[in-house]
Design a binder for this molecule. Sequence first.
Ligand SMILES: [Zn+2]
Length: 217
Amino acid sequence: MPTHELRRNRRERVDGDVVHSGGEAARRRGDGLTGGTLEPGQLPPTPPAGMRYVGFCGACRDFVELDADFACERAGHPRESIRVALLAREDEPLPHMPALNLGALFMPALWGPVHGQWYMILFYPLWLVLDNLIYGAVHGSGMAVLAVVASLLTAAFTIYYALHANSWGYVRAAADRTPDEYLRVERRWSVAFVLIAIAFLVFASWYNIAVRPGLPA
Ligand SMILES: [Zn+2]
């Protein structure tokens, strides 16, 4: 299918219609893989000569080669698992998505809102509750078991979230960014969020050790 039809599809998507395609800006710049989201079960157009479609598999949470049925060739996931289709040159290597998003791991409460998941700001009150539980347990006024269980649950959810963050974040950005562009932006967020997380920890430690014991309970 010629490129102009892909472009038309892109416009249809902007108008609120279904179809795939995207990465128009990146394609114009000619800097590599571009992607677009797919409706469940939707097939992309036939790739131009010398090109192939690769996919982002939501079940693998990584880029995969596609079989003749447009399903995940790596693990046999059905076509419905392919969240994004990318047009790549035949000789272009498959991109790779890191399993863990460090920004989401260290600062889920900031990573979420920056990527459209506003409910993640609930992590702030959760951290305050956790801080109080741990403080109470350390100073003998609260149940240690409760503090440990709450900490483990929070840690488990945070890790689960960080393992799925790239899947969410990339699919959301796929129409505007190549995988490389997406990962470059994520690396910057990761550095910023790790620094903020360290600042948070330093402040919380200082407050709990130096300030809080002197305050009336
Ligand atoms: Zn898969």
